[in-house]
Design a protein around this ligand. Structure first.
Ligand code: ZN
Length: 203
């Protein structure tokens, strides 16, 4: 399985990193080895002094597809989740400056947190889902999927032009503003509406 991630999908987050608004979605992959194992702490890797949390809505693919049209995209997923795209921001900045790929900053072991899943049928409209991240009981990020530049079905249409989507693949749909550094002993809790979907400790 693969993790397909979308970057720069929320205007406020583009502004906070002083990035340009993309013409097309920014797409990158994480390998399955980047998934943080259940109930394990997240260990800050020794190659970074500035690992950031990015809370994101996740979509789990349940049908094989390629060149999926937007109007059929809703048939390719029936679960919605929440996760963190951990990013070594210092390393990413160096790579970006040189025009190099981001994988070392985004795809390292443990860099993908995947919380519990909710049936899509729980939601009246997947383009109006509230989600948030709390760090040590303080809300640090919140977003609503209506603010995505590319909505879930548009993301599926776009990425399936390039990659065959397979059962179990997971799409990270991008982070809203409020990204920030994590420190040892931080506790991160993620919510969709008022349901807690993950709780992890940083070491
Ligand atoms: Zn991200």
């Amino acid at each position: 399985m693969k993790l397909i991630c979308i970057g720069r999908n929320y205007t406020e987050h583009i502004k906070e990193l002083e990035n340009e608004r993309p013409v097309d979605p920014v797409v990158f992959l994480k390998p399955d080895t980047s998934i943080l194992l259940k109930k394990q702490p997240f260990f800050i890797p020794d190659f970074s002094d500035d690992v950031h949390h990015e809370v994101e809505i996740l979509v789990k693919i349940n049908k094989v597809g390629k060149h999926i049209a937007k109007k059929f995209a809703h048939k390719y997923y029936d679960q919605i989740g929440l996760g963190i795209d951990f990013t070594a921001r210092d390393l990413q900045a160096q790579l970006k400056a040189k025009g190099l790929p981001w994988e070392k900053a985004k795809a390292f072991d443990g860099a993908a947190v995947i919380g519990e899943w909710l049936p899509k049928s729980d939601f009246e409209n997947v383009n109006n889902i509230n989600f948030s991240l709390f760090k040590n009981e303080t809300k640090v990020q919140d977003g609503n999927t209506s603010l995505m530049l590319w909505k879930i079905d548009e993301i599926i249409e776009y990425v399936s032009k390039y990659f065959t989507l397979k059962i179990g693949d997971i799409i990270f749909t991008g982070t809203p503003s409020g990204v920030g550094k994590v420190l040892a002993n931080d506790k991160l809790k993620g919510y969709i509406e008022d349901k807690q979907l993950f709780s992890i400790t940083v070491k």
